[in-house]
Unconditional design. Structure first.
Length: 131
């Protein structure tokens, strides 16, 4: 689904600037792409509680694996956050209303916080391997 939305977004952006429907198509595609990024990010956010639990009660022999998983989760959350914010910026540039983007703005803030939480966990795990 995200790939299809990305292709639709690319097609809308590729329309000639002279096309009278370009602005509306880019706006709609940007909002849909932002919604997709928010959905992907919420999947990662849902994994944070598992990551915290494994950090507390997991097998210490697997802490390197957990650190790698935490870093991967952080990267995924970062990617979703960046895409969401970029899509919102494009939607605004193509005259999306504040009301239309309000819920996505909230999701962007929550996703950024999730990314910071994953980074904090990753940093804590990484510190365990410093000499």
């Amino acid at each position: 689904s995200d790939g299809i939305l990305s292709a639709e977004f690319g097609a809308a952006l590729a329309l000639s600037a002279d096309d009278p429907g370009r602005d509306a198509r880019v706006r709609t595609a940007a909002v849909r792409a932002a919604e997709s990024a928010a959905r992907l990010g919420s999947s990662g956010t849902a994994l944070l509680s598992e990551l915290r639990m494994l950090r507390e009660i997991g097998n210490r022999s697997l802490s390197a694996d957990l650190a790698v998983a935490a870093a991967a989760l952080g990267a995924g959350l970062s990617g979703s956050s960046i895409n969401l914010r970029a899509n919102l910026r494009t939607a605004r540039a193509h005259h999306a209303s504040a009301a239309e983007l309000a819920e996505l703005q909230v999701k962007a803030a929550l996703l950024a916080e999730s990314h910071r939480s994953a980074a904090q966990i990753t940093d804590g795990l990484f510190a365990e391997f410093e000499d």
